[in-house]
Design a protein around this ligand. Structure first.
Ligand code: KIV
Ligand code: ZN
Length: 461
């Protein structure tokens, strides 16, 4: 019998902390579209904005609260009356409103930014939460810069806000300074020392300045936090926030290490990522985990060979599980004969081993020059290679199906300048005796096979 997994609340702050990153601000229509996508993604909480920050943000939070009814809608407020009143005004018609109050607690912030004493900080936090609680049942409190706050003092502030009615206490690593082991210990200390903490949800809010936001968030969950704050594509102040897709997929892919579950519909991740980058115009780095353009792309021959035999060799999750249409075999100088042969077949050409060898050598020379070989380059190369007048035996033979189909069968000996437009990539044909790329699965036990599996591997990669 499998043990029940603890549920973790996913608090998405793409529309608030994410929006605070340079180039990522969004207008009301854009925020609304994204909020609907976050709803399809089934996040638990959408932090829709910081209502006092601008009229536009106020209206956006209000509009989202009015139409997105399933998730909790949160609005941010500093620990003062005008902010809290403004947040409540924007949120009060939400089906499930939450006011998120924050106040810095580290000595650096108290001394240089707020210019208040520790005692004043405790009093202000307590009063702000009590006031927010008089308006709304669901109150989250964040001690900003918690990870650079004296832990004794942090516990004192948290004690005060729990007594004042906070229902979630969020621990921000505001400047991305923490490392996983100490962040986990901080959560454990809070659980041990703050009275009444068992009645409230502990949350982790991690920034990525040292590239450890996701690791820190997961360490917090392992130590007992039950809410994670994160953003799509990891956008956020400076180096960003913990990325939603990475946290969710880490839990889903490694339940042995992270036995927690979320309600996120992971198949909606890619659509959310695409919508966000289209909306903001901020592209995702190609090697970004889960949703980068290369996250399911393979160029090395050895990897392509493995992928053709079984995707488990080089993929730890399926692209479909995160809404990416398919894995890609990219043809470049690291590619091998197996992937090249498959692509040729998909373009309508079948080569025997000798012919493929010949094409392959030319292909590698070309790839060295132009880096990325597109289908139209490959077709050109095939036509160049297949010159009946200069070759005793034609090296290539278009597949009968391609000949019959007509349209995709290339004209031999067409001068490069007259080449047709690149052909659209055809979907990979999938049959039960093929792998997901449509390549035939290898025969494992035929001793009379012309080449051994090992020879074929060495030849093909
Ligand atoms: O990083 C941070 O401290 C914040 C708080 C407002 C939660 O974003
Ligand atoms: Zn933040």
């Amino acid at each position: 019998m499998t043990a029940e997994r603890a549920r973790v609340t996913v608090f998405d702050t793409t529309l608030r902390d994410g929006e605070q990153s340079p180039g990522c601000s969004m207008n009301q229509q854009e925020k609304l579209r994204l909020a609907h996508q976050l709803d399809r993604l089934a996040v638990d909480v959408i932090e829709a904005g910081f209502p006092i920050a601008s009229d536009g943000d106020f209206e956006a939070v209000k509009a989202i609260a009015a139409v997105v009814r399933r998730p909790i809608i949160a609005g941010l407020a500093r620990a003062c009356r005008p902010d809290i009143e403004c947040a409540w005004e924007a949120l009060k018609h939400a089906a499930r409103p939450r006011i998120h109050v924050f106040l810095a607690t580290s000595d650096i912030h108290l001394q240089y930014k707020l210019r208040i004493t520790r005692d004043q900080c405790v009093a202000q936090a307590r009063e702000a939460v009590a006031f927010a609680k008089s308006l709304c049942d669901d109150i989250e409190f964040s001690p900003e810069d918690a990870t650079r706050t004296d832990p004794d003092f942090l516990c004192r502030v948290l004690q005060a806000v729990v007594e004042a009615g906070a229902t979630t206490v969020n621990i921000p690593d505001t400047v991305g300074y923490a490392v996983p082991s100490e962040f986990g210990q901080l959560i454990a200390t809070i659980r041990r020392r703050v009275k009444g903490i068992e009645k409230v949800t502990i949350s982790a809010h991690c920034h990525n300045d040292l590239g450890m936001a996701v690791a820190n968030a997961l360490a917090a969950v392992a130590a007992g936090a039950r809410q994670v704050e994160c953003t799509i594509n990891g956008i956020g102040e400076r180096a960003g926030n913990a990325s939603l897709e990475e946290i969710v997929m880490a839990m889903r892919t490694r339940p042995d290490q992270y036995p927690y579950e979320t309600d996120v519909v992971s198949e909606q991740i890619f659509a959310a990522s695409q919508l966000l980058s289209e909306t903001t115009g901020v592209a995702v780095q190609p090697n970004k985990a889960i949703i980068g353009r290369n996250a399911f792309a393979h160029e090395a021959g050895i990897h392509q060979d493995g992928m053709l035999k079984n995707p488990l060799t080089y993929e730890i999750m399926t692209p479909k599980s995160v809404g990416v249409p398919d894995s890609k075999l990219v043809l470049g100088k690291h590619s091998g004969r197996h992937a090249l042969g498959l692509r040729c077949e998909q373009l309508g050409y079948h080569f025997d081993r000798r012919a493929l060898d010949d094409i392959y050598r030319r292909f590698v020379r070309l790839a060295d020059k132009i880096k990325h070989v597109e289908d139209h380059h490959l077709l050109e190369l095939i036509r160049e290679t297949h010159k009946p007048a200069t070759s005793a035996t034609p090296l290539i033979e278009p597949l009968p199906s391609a000949k019959a189909a007509g349209a995709s069968a290339p004209v031999v000996n067409v001068a490069p300048a007259n080449l047709p437009e690149p052909e659209p990539v055809k979907p990979f044909p999938i049959a039960s005796h093929t792998n997901p790329f449509g390549a035939p699965l290898p025969v494992h036990s035929d001793p009379h096979h012309e080449h051994t599996q090992q020879e074929d591997y060495l030849w093909g990669v």
